[in-house]
Design a protein around this ligand. Structure first.
Ligand code: GLU
Length: 296
């Protein structure tokens, strides 16, 4: 099966190391299966300067050699989201709230469980089905009238782009039932059976026992470029933050992008446990790649 994957950063003026890791995994899944790797700017709340916010992401991906096969910017797709909202309004799956927002009656479409490729089956308990807020906002009303929510824009884009494999951090597990419901509602309204994408949620990256935030000095990809790091050393380091080979021995210490492409889907597994960002390991890979390159 060939996978259409995507990386969907919210542009903030920097490229986080976690974004690079997730981009690499999605890139590998696409390349390993002869599929496509898409780049999408999740910039619906963009208030700052667009170019400034996005450029580090383009530069970071380019520096790491993670080329993409398609590009979207959510801020340019308001009409598409409105079209899908209309579709759901017409089908009766959605309705207008008093403040003009478009809300989905999502309980109807909510799965009883969904299956994560890494985490396993994620059940939605009876209790949460009964107590859950039965309306889900798709298009905002009030001050942000007309603006699509993250949940809605994200799934409309995945649906339209035929994304069939979503690899992202475990922090998005909580969004997935809603997104599966929106996908089902769209497919139902269109009268088609379109299979849900496969989901793999991978562990977050921790440094010194804390989740690496934007403010962490070691978290900006482009800082490594400025500091003369070798991009292939970085990729090898990133590969091991949330993925491990079936046979983890000396022979698997070094995996450049070619070897990683060969093994990513069939020779190893992604992991849901949080990964530890070990600077000494990063430096070890950096020195090793520089040495290998200067010897060849
Ligand atoms: N914009 C979201 C983020 O940066 C994307 C999440 C997703 O992959 O759906 O976390």
């Amino acid at each position: 099966m060939s996978y259409v994957t995507r990386i969907a950063p919210s542009p903030t003026g920097m490229m986080h190391i976690g974004t690079a890791r997730t981009a690499y995994f999605n890139w590998l899944a696409a390349r390993a299966s002869g599929g496509k790797f898409l780049l999408r700017m999740d910039d619906t709340d963009a208030e700052r300067n667009q170019a400034e916010a996005e450029q580090p992401i383009f530069d970071g991906l380019e520096w790491l050699g993670l080329n993409h096969d398609g590009f979207l910017r959510q801020s340019e797709r308001a009409e598409v989201y409105a079209k899908y909202a209309d579709l759901l309004l017409t089908s009766g799956a959605a309705f207008h709230a008093e403040n003009g927002a478009v809300m989905l009656r999502w309980q109807e479409y909510m799965p009883r469980h969904w299956v994560d490729d890494v985490v396993g089956a994620v059940p939605i308990s009876h209790r949460s089905i009964e107590t859950i807020h039965e309306k889900l906002c798709l298009i905002r009303g009030g001050d942000k009238f007309g603006q699509a929510t993250y949940q809605f824009a994200s799934i409309v884009d995945d649906y339209e782009s035929d994304v069939n494999f979503i690899i992202r951090g475990t922090d998005h597990i909580a969004n997935t039932a809603k997104q599966v419901a929106i996908w089902s509602a769209i497919a139902h309204a269109l009268g088609v059976e379109k299979e849900q994408p496969k989901f793999s949620h991978v562990g977050l990256i921790f440094k010194d026992k804390k989740k690496m935030s934007k403010r962490d000095g070691a978290s900006s990809v482009l800082d490594y470029r400025e500091n003369g790091y070798d991009p292939d050393g970085i990729l090898n380091f990133l590969l091991r933050l949330g993925w491990g080979p079936k046979v983890d021995d000396k022979a698997s210490t070094f995996m450049d992008r070619h070897k990683a492409t060969e093994l990513f889907l069939i020779g190893g597994k992604m992991k849901a446990a949080n990964a530890n960002f070990d600077t000494q390991k990063l430096d070890f890979y950096d020195r090793s790649y520089k040495r290998m390159k200067s010897a060849s």
